[in-house]
Design a protein around this ligand. Sequence first.
Ligand code: M6R
Length: 616
Amino acid sequence: MCGIVGYTGKLQAQPFLLQGLAALEYRGYDSAGIEVLSPDGSLHGVKCQGRVATLTQRCQTANLVGTSGIAHTRWATHGAPSDRNAHPHVDCSGRIAIVHNGIIENFRELRAQLIASGHEFKSETDSEVIAHLIEDSWNGPAKGDLLEAVRIAVSRCEGSWALAVLCADAPGQVVCARRRSPLVIATTPDGCYAASDITALAGKAKSVIQLDDGQLAVLNPQGTCSVFDEDGNLVAEPTTMTIDWDASAATLGGYPDFMAKEIAEQPEAIRRLLKDRLGKHGIELDELTMTDEELASIDKVYVVACGTSYHVGLITRDFIENWAKVPVVVEQASELNYKQSVLVTDHTLCVIITQSGETADTLTAARRLRGLGCKVFAITNVLGSTAARESDGTLYIKAGPEVCVCSTKAYTAQMVGAAFLALRLALAKGKMTQAEIEKKYHQLEEVPGLIEKVLGRSWQDKEASRVFRRAHSSLFLGRGVNSTTAAEGALKLKEISYLHAEAYAAGEMKHGPIALLEPGFPVVAIVPQDHVHDKTISNIQECIARGATVVGVATDGDEDVAPLCSNVLWIPPVPDEFLVPLVAVVHLQMLARYVALDRGYDVDKPRNLAKSVTVE
Ligand code: M6R
């Protein structure tokens, strides 16, 4: 969370800094700020609570002139969202400015030491200590060398950081540092650009430098960049990454919001992922980097993830247990990290699922499982992300940039990735034949077309959204794989419409949540034609008997469902009931969006959330 950008070069800094912040705004939007080195040799900045659009307006009158600068969009951790807690933060002299993404865990003791030695703080943030630490080393052992001053300063810090530093007495330079929070740099004839992720650099360069943990970089206005390790030694060959998508992938392209765009992109994303996967191993999954023998020996799978990706984890369990017959444990990463005992075998595979590849909880969980001897396989959307770099094997789902904070296309594409893993394991373990796997693959190939049909029925979701107009709470019910669809539907609704939604296994409702029901209470029931269809119908009856208003998600032609529901969100028949979640969820994504729009909310940037949750 938090997005940082920096620039030094021939051009005016402000346009890129504001445009870069806008591209990174999904990382946090509590406040935004910019600092530029003016031709008069002093730092000038603007910062304010609120969105990048507010900052942009303020900059119109501030007239920030200068060819080097840094900027920040914040997701508050330490200190409330406010003007004074907005980044950049400056040292006592006002000649050193920093922007920071991460958490300085020992900031309290550092702050106390700095105050004792005469520093004055202006904010409540952990980040401000960095500016004062740099001030100390700049005036002390670094003797006016900005790289050395930053290197010494961060060596006193614990925690995580992606950092960009501007100093009025080191004109033209921007110094960056990274530990556990991502940072990429583009070198171009116009100068050097730095950003938390490549979304801000689209169109600037075809490849970027990715700082590794502990590294620092000096960006020069001539468009050159030198990378150093934590001891200050030059790194001869920094890690680089090719940007394989064009800038238009991160623009609205005629859609009213990114959520609408990303929901609509699901069929194409899945088609892309399915391409050229069928082969002699059933599903070809070289990304696993494991031999048939190694795969055959796997006797347990540990899946860790957060949020929507955790829901993919639950579906992964269904796929693997049913197809490959291997027991699976699924844990929310933040829970696994502090469990007293985590039980793995000598042949446990750890699977991490993370759209961003930067979720701190998930990365910590993966490190713990790796420490216990597990091989780690990542399913992620972001090329070169920390998850990918720290795993033994990585499947990129290639869904393209997901800008909306609320995850949609990554959810369905990650499920397809999980199906690949389950089918590959099933063949290696002799639980499915090549012919059975081919059949499953062809069923997966039908999914994009089925989703397209659902997309064409968005009017059903718009009509159903009216059911939620006066609601204060809601219940989402489903059985089997679709208890997860219910969970994902409830999460979507909560996060963008701020309407409470609880998901429950339909059969479990009578053991408690049924007490919530009263006339008009909205219940969303996922009741496709599957082996638990009639059982779920009984649960719907129980809701109706208590006056609830039921919105059903049902299979075309199901005459049992329509008479029970105020609205039905129809899905076409799906060839395998395990694949229903891929199709049914699309209605729930659209339903959540319409409810949020009806309430007048910004669906792309829901309050309090950030896309990439890089703190624990
Ligand atoms: O990038 P990740 O998949 O690791 O992110 C995990 C969650 O933070 C994320 O899925 C979150 O729950 C979304 N906002 C849900 O829409």
